[in-house]
Design a protein around this ligand. Structure first.
Ligand SMILES: Cc1ncc(COP(=O)(O)O)c(CNc2cccc(C(=O)O)c2)c1O
Length: 426
């Protein structure tokens, strides 16, 4: 099983057999509140009728159409709807099947774009420490989570990393954006000075680093990365697999921070997690750079059997309709203060050394048990699950990201369950 303690799971399996709105049903009939929107992806809540019906209808009408040299209307409809809610200027969509594939696609587009523009010397990709960009070779190369990298050999060459922005000493218990650390963006100038801009294709960051435990950028940090990358002709890639589609209370993190990247990576919330799908958005400048040469030739040698899959496209269209019908792309902003106050009420609970929040994302960082890193958070996860609440842990950090349909009282319930779990673990 992926990213799972397999032996522990096999000793006491944790199986969901059904789900609806905010809750899962376990194999033994218990209701479990979904405090993590599945894996940060079920933004509209579970088993939403419009999405269910769209999938069934599509499966019966056009189940599969070849993705290469052939098309079908639903994929183009979805692409247009994504562009409609995306930041201004990101006008073209490449479909994939996951966040990891979206990352690989974005990295390849960046490298190929510079080559198309006659700057093939730009081969370097810059990631960031503690970054998570999925599990394919490109993503773990630019990523910065050590266990995801150390087992897999040399990885991509020509990769460098920005420092992460976590600063417990200066920013602990910040509400929203932490005040300190904007100067860390200037480290990009050092990296450029070391390698020379002529060798650098792109910088990729998560606007808010999710998997590593919710690291929120200081005010101005992303703007600074935008300025430096633009100055040196380096493409800026935002990996919005988690932050996209309403998670921060705005359609995308690019809207929240007022910074538009050259390439935006998305997946997860695109189809409410129900059908694997990703979408990479690029500017017309990037798209048009490939549209040269004889028109009978393929312009970009990349893509997947299931790219723009009809049923995934139908799920995506129905998902975006559901977000729009229920105002879910901005509901997180309405709940953000309630969420923030509830989360920070955990300050002073046993072992809590930091609390972080933005939009409808939260993190509670725990003091690790000496000699047994991750054990304390994992114990809290098990306690919460037994009490009927699903939370995520990464290292000794509890991460929370409920579906965007969560109510204020459910927020209170969820946080109280975390409080109880914290009081019962060693
Ligand atoms: C920023 C980012 N980029 C790429 C991926 C990869 O997406 P796929 O898994 O669909 O290939 C992700 C996925 N992020 C992810 C996936 C599963 C669990 C957790 C967690 O933090 O618990 C996070 C992600 O968060």
């Amino acid at each position: 099983m992926p990213f799972t303690a397999n032996r522990q799971f096999k000793k006491s399996p944790r199986m969901f057999v059904a789900a609806r709105d905010m809750h899962y049903t376990t194999a033994d009939g218990r209701q479990v509140m979904d405090g993590t929107a599945g894996l940060w992806c079920v933004n509209a809540g579970h088993a939403r009728p419009k999405i269910v019906e769209a999938i069934a209808r599509q499966a019966a009408e056009l189940d599969y159409a070849p993705a290469f040299q052939m098309g079908h209307p639903k994929a183009f409809e979805l692409a247009n709807r994504i562009v409609d809610i995306a930041p201004e200027g990101l006008d073209h969509v490449l479909f994939t099947n996951s966040g990891s594939e979206s990352v690989e696609t974005a990295l390849k587009v960046a490298l190929a774009y510079h080559r198309a523009k006659g700057e093939g010397s730009r081969f370097r990709l810059i990631g960031r420490e503690r970054g998570y960009h999925g599990v394919n070779f490109g993503g773990i190369s630019v990523g910065g989570i050590v266990p995801n990298r150390k087992m897999f050999g040399t990885l991509l060459t020509g990769v460098d990393h920005l420092p992460h922005t976590h600063d417990l000493a200066r920013n602990a218990f910040s509400r929203g954006e932490p005040q300190h650390g904007v100067e860390l963006a200037d480290e990009l100038e050092r990296i450029v000075a070391l390698h020379d801009a002529s060798t650098i294709a792109a910088v990729i960051v998560e606007p808010v680093a999710g998997s590593t435990g919710v690291l929120i950028p200081p005010p101005g940090y992303l703007q600074r990365l935008r300025e430096i990358t633009r100055k040196h002709g380096i493409l800026l890639i935002f990996d919005e697999v988690i932050t996209g589609y309403g998670r921060l209370g705005t359609p995308f993190a690019a809207d929240y921070f007022g910074v538009t990247p050259d390439i935006m990576v998305t997946a997860k919330g695109l189809t409410n997690g129900v059908i694997p799908m990703g979408a990479v958005l690029v500017s017309s400048e990037i798209h048009d750079a490939f549209m040269t040469g004889p028109e009978h030739l393929i312009e970009f040698f990349h893509g997947y059997t299931y790219s723009g899959n009809p049923i995934a496209s139908a799920a995506g269209v129905a998902t975006l309709e559901t977000y729009k019908d229920e105002g879910l792309l901005t509901r997180g902003a309405e709940l953000a203060r309630t969420w923030e106050d509830a989360l920070h009420s955990l300050k002073g609970e046993p072992h809590v050394i930091d609390i972080r929040n933005i939009g409808l994302v939260g993190a509670i960082e725990l003091e690790p048990i000496a000699g047994a890193p991750t054990k304390r958070a994992f114990s809290a996860f098990l306690k919460a699950y037994e009490a009927g609440y699903l939370i995520r842990t990464t290292g000794d950090i509890i991460a929370l990201s409920p579906p965007l349909i969560v109510t204020e009282s459910q927020i209170g319930e969820l946080i109280d369950a975390v409080r109880t779990a914290l009081r019962s673990v060693e």
